[in-house]
Design a protein around this ligand. Structure first.
Ligand code: GDP
Ligand code: IMO
Ligand code: MG
Length: 445
C-alpha cells in the first residue's frame, strides 16, 4: 500500500528543470533556455538583475533579455521574475518597451514577485563609488547597483516591490532610507545623494509594473501541483556565485541551482533535473583570477570568432581554454544531470585545442577548487592537447555528422566529467542545435 502511494506521487511530479551557467557567465544560457522553453509552461528567473544579458536569436532578430526570462519569447508561455532577483523598475520598463517594439506581448504572461527587492539610483552610485575606491583591485562590476541592492536586502533595510505599490508606506521607507544613506554618503564622500524627485519617479514606474505583481511562490507551487512544468533560468554562472565562486570577484547572489529553490520559494525536492551550460572554451568579464586564460593572440582569435563582447556592457570578454576542474566543481555544486556545450563552431578553424585536466600549486597537485583567489592566481593548469577538426559545424543536426575530432572532443569532456552531453550548439540561432538521441535532456523536450 505504502509503495503504491509512493508510485502515485512520483507519477504526478511535474517537470521542474534548472538551467545554470557552469562557468563565469555568458555560457549561452539564453539560447538554451529559449530552445527548451517551448516544452515548459513557465520560465522563472531566480537571482540577479539586469547585470545579466541573455541573447536569443531567431528569424533574423536578436533579442537581449536582462530581467525578463528568455521563455517569454515563446508565444503563450508564462514567465516569472522571483523574489531572489533585484529589480531596477526603470530597466524593467525599458526592457518591456523593447519587447513590445519587437512584437512581444507580455500581458497576462509575465509575473513579478511582490517580494523582489528594488534597485534605486543610489545603489548604482554606491556601486560605482566602491569600484573607484578599490582602484586596481576593482571587481569590474556591471555598475548596475546589483551588489549594493543585495547589501540593503541582507541588512534588512531594502525596499521591495510590494512597498512600491503602497504610496504612503513607500514614502516613509524611502525617507528613512535616504536619511540613512545620506549620513553614510556625507561621511564617506563629503556630499549627500542626489534624491530629488525620486519618490515621484518611482511611483510613476510602479504604475507601469503594478499589473505584473503577484505572489510568484504561490503561483509556481500551485502550477506544479496542477502538473504544469517550470524551467528555472539561471543568471551569471557557478564561478560568480556569492558563496562558492571566486570571491570577492563574484556577483552578490546565488547563481547555482540551489538558488532556484530559495529565490523562487519552490522547494528543492520539486526540482527534477539540472542542465549545466558551458562553452567549448571559457570566458570571463571583469577582474579576478582565470587559470586557463589564453595568451593574447589566441584570445584575440577566439574573441573575434566567438564575438566575445558583453551582451549589455559591450566589454571584451577574457578568453581561455576549457577548464575541467571548474566544470567538475560546477557539476558537484549544481547536481548537473546534463551538460550543454555551446559555441563548438568557434573552434572550427582551430588547429589544436587545449583542455585543462587539473591544477598544480607550488609543485603539488590540487584536487579541489581552492577557496581563495590568491591561490587560484598562482595555479599552473595541467593541459592535454587535442586535435582540431578544421571543418564547419554550423547546420549539422545529427551528432553522427559532426567531424570525428569534434565528436572526440565532446566524448572526452563527457568521459572526464562523467556526465552526458545532452545538447551541442554550433551557432547562435535556434536551429544550430544538436540533441543526441536518448539523452536525459531529450526526455525533457
Ligand atoms: P548568457 O548570458 O549565458 O545567456 O550568454 P550571452 O547571451 O551573454 O552570450 C552568449 C553569446 O554567444 C551570445 O551572443 C549568443 O548569441 C552566442 N551563442 C550562443 N550559442 C552559440 C553557438 O553555439 N555558437 C556561436 N557562434 N554563438 C553562440
Ligand atoms: P549572464 O547572466 C558574465 C560579473 C561582472 C563582474 C561580477 C560582479 O549574462 O551570464 P555585478 O554587476 O553582478 O556586481 O558584477 O560579475 N557578471 C557577469 N559576467 N555574465 C553575467 O550574466 C554577469 N553578471 C555579472 O562582470 O565581474
Ligand atoms: Mg550574458
Amino acid at each position: 500500500m505504502g509503495c503504491r502511494v509512493a508510485a502515485l506521487v512520483e507519477n504526478v511530479r511535474a517537470k521542474a528543470v534548472a538551467v545554470v551557467g557552469a562557468q563565469w557567465g555568458d555560457e549561452g544560457k539564453g539560447k538554451v533556455v529559449d530552445y527548451l522553453a517551448s516544452s515548459f509552461d513557465f520560465t522563472a528567473r531566480y537571482a540577479g538583475g539586469h547585470n545579466a544579458g541573455h541573447t536569443v536569436i531567431f528569424n533574423n532578430h536578436r533579442y537581449i533579455l536582462q530581467l525578463v526570462p528568455s521563455g517569454i519569447l515563446r508565444p503563450g508561455k508564462k514567465a516569472v521574475i522571483g523574489a531572489g532577483a533585484v529589480v531596477d523598475p526603470a530597466a524593467l520598463v525599458g526592457e518591456l518597451e523593447n519587447l513590445k517594439r519587437s512584437g512581444v506581448d507580455v500581458r497576462g504572461r509575465l509575473f513579478l514577485s511582490n517580494r523582489a527587492h528594488v534597485i534605486f539610483p543610489y545603489h548604482r552610485e554606491v556601486d560605482q563609488a566602491a569600484e573607484a575606491a578599490r582602484g586596481e583591485a576593482k571587481i569590474g562590476t556591471t555598475s548596475r547597483g546589483i551588489g549594493p541592492a543585495y547589501e540593503d536586502k541582507m541588512a534588512r533595510r531594502g525596499i521591495r516591490i510590494c512597498d512600491l505599490l503602497e504610496p504612503e508606506c513607500f514614502r516613509l521607507k524611502l525617507e528613512r532610507m535616504i536619511s540613512e544613506k545620506n549620513a553614510i554618503c556625507t561621511a564617506a564622500y563629503g556630499h549627500p545623494l542626489e534624491t530629488a524627485g525620486l519618490f515621484e519617479q518611482y511611483l510613476e514606474l510602479a504604475a507601469h509594473i503594478r499589473g505584473l505583481v503577484a505572489d510568484t511562490a504561490v503561483l509556481l507551487n500551485h502550477a506544479l501541483d496542477r502538473g504544469e512544468s517550470v524551467l528555472f533560468e539561471g543568471a551569471q554562472g557557478t564561478m560568480l556565485d556569492i558563496d562558492h565562486g571566486t570571491y570577492p570577484y563574484v556577483t552578490s547572489s546565488n547563481a547555482i541551482s540551489g538558488g532556484a529553490a530559495s529565490g523562487l520559494g519552490v522547494p528543492p525536492t520539486r526540482l527534477t533535473g539540472v542542465v549545466g551550460v558551458t562553452k567549448a572554451y571559457t570566458t570571463r568579464v571583469g577582474s579576478g583570477p582565470f587559470p586557463t586564460e589564453m595568451p593574447d593572440l589566441d584570445a584575440q582569435a577566439v574573441r573575434a570568432r566567438g564575438k566575445e563582447f558583453g551582451a549589455v556592457t559591450g566589454r571584451p570578454r577574457r578568453c581561455g581554454w576549457l577548464d575541467l576542474v571548474v566544470l567538475r566543481y560546477a557539476k558537484m555544486l549544481n547536481g548537473i544531470d546534463s551538460l550543454v556545450v555551446t559555441k563548438l563552431d568557434v573552434f572550427d578553424e582551430q588547429p589544436e585545442i587545449k583542455v585543462c585536466l587539473g591544477y598544480r600549486h607550488k609543485g603539488q597537485t590540487i584536487s579541489e577548487m581552492p577557496p581563495d583567489v590568491e591561490t587560484l592566481a598562482q595555479i599552473e593548469p595541467e593541459y592535454k592537447t587535442l586535435p582540431g577538426w578544421k571543418k564547419p559545424t554550423p547546420g549539422i543536426r545529427d551528432v553522427r555528422d559532426l567531424p570525428v575530432a569534434a565528436r572526440d572532443y565532446l566524448s572526452f569532456i563527457s568521459d572526464r566529467l562523467q556526465v552526458e552531453v545532452g545538447m551541442i550548439s554550433t551557432g547562435p540561432e535556434r536551429d544550430s542545435t544538436i540533441i543526441p538521441r536518448g539523452s536525459k535532456l531529450a526526455a525533457w523536450l
